[in-house]
Write a new protein. Structure first.
Length: 286
């Protein structure tokens, strides 16, 4: 059949689905197959392989190297993000969360915020904009960490360059301070100013790992719009690990479609929709 070499076999796709769920906890339903194959074809070309069937035979059916697994994860993960996405969270950050956290902050210590699934960086840069703006009125130190499993999105996050239209969601006053438009009108690009980029660090992290190589005393953790891709048991394990990195009384923010993930969790109480506060002492992840 013409074109059959440019598709994965049923067995290869099932193996790919199992591999991705084991490694990153993401479930790929059959309706995602066309999208997955389209993304993998770009990887096929970069490897110099003749077609997707060859990739299936040489990579998917064999033992997948750790290096190739990183590329495979980049190909199949979805990385939708926007500046000031779900703006009520940033209103809560400014109006309640940061003021309350600062009350208990030792003099000179930094406020620490972790964006645990940061994609191309819009979320941690949004956090940094809000904190920098607040610190301009009543000075305090802060640190923002962004992590993601995809090396491709982390590379873009570190560059801090975005389509100009994407930054239109940033309030005008903050956009004027923290976003630079390209001098080339045809480029239609915008860059986060160096002063803000220096306040945000990035690193690769897989939420499915048994432990996370980050500090255990964050005041705020964002984990939005990623738990929805996990089954219930995986959601609970990830939440337990995240809460092990949150200070007692610290804040966890999740996506609006993920509220059931925290329902009845014994270590948090709900403050407002999708905003939770740690109620028990930090515990190491199980």
């Amino acid at each position: 059949m013409p074109g059959h070499r440019d598709s994965l076999t049923e067995r290869q796709f099932r193996r790919l689905v199992d591999l991705i769920q084991t490694e990153v906890g993401i479930r790929l339903p059959p309706l995602k197959r066309t999208m997955v194959e389209a993304r993998l074809r770009r990887r096929v070309r970069s490897l110099g392989l003749p077609d997707l069937a060859a990739y299936g035979e040489e990579v998917v059916e064999g033992p997948v190297s750790r290096d190739e697994l990183v590329h495979l994860i980049d190909c199949v993960t979805t990385n939708k993000t926007d500046f000031f996405r779900e703006p009520a969270h940033f209103d809560a950050l400014r109006g309640t969360i940061v003021p309350e956290a600062l009350k208990a902050l030792p003099k000179g210590a930094p406020l620490k915020v972790w964006s645990s699934a940061c994609s191309t960086g819009a979320e941690p840069y949004t956090i940094a904009m809000v904190l920098a703006d607040m610190a301009g009125h009543a000075p305090f130190r802060f640190q923002v960490l962004g992590t993601d499993i995809s090396t491709q999105v982390l590379a873009q996050a570190r560059r801090g360059v975005y389509p100009a239209e994407m930054t239109e969601a940033v309030p005008a006053a903050l956009r004027q301070r923290f976003v630079m438009r390209s001098r080339d009108p045809e480029a239609a690009e915008a860059r986060i100013v160096p002063e803000l980029r220096q306040l945000v660090s990035f690193g690769r992290l897989n939420l499915m790992d048994a432990s996370y190589p980050v500090e255990r005393d964050y005041h705020v953790i964002f984990c939005r719009n990623v738990l929805i891709y996990f089954d219930r048991d995986t959601q609970r394990r990830v939440l337990d690990r995240l809460l092990g990195h949150l200070r007692p009384g610290g804040y966890l923010l999740i996506g609006h479609s993920e509220s059931m993930a925290c329902h009845d969790h014994p270590r948090v109480r709900q403050l407002m929709p999708t905003v939770y506060q740690a109620t028990s002492p930090k515990a190491h992840a199980a």
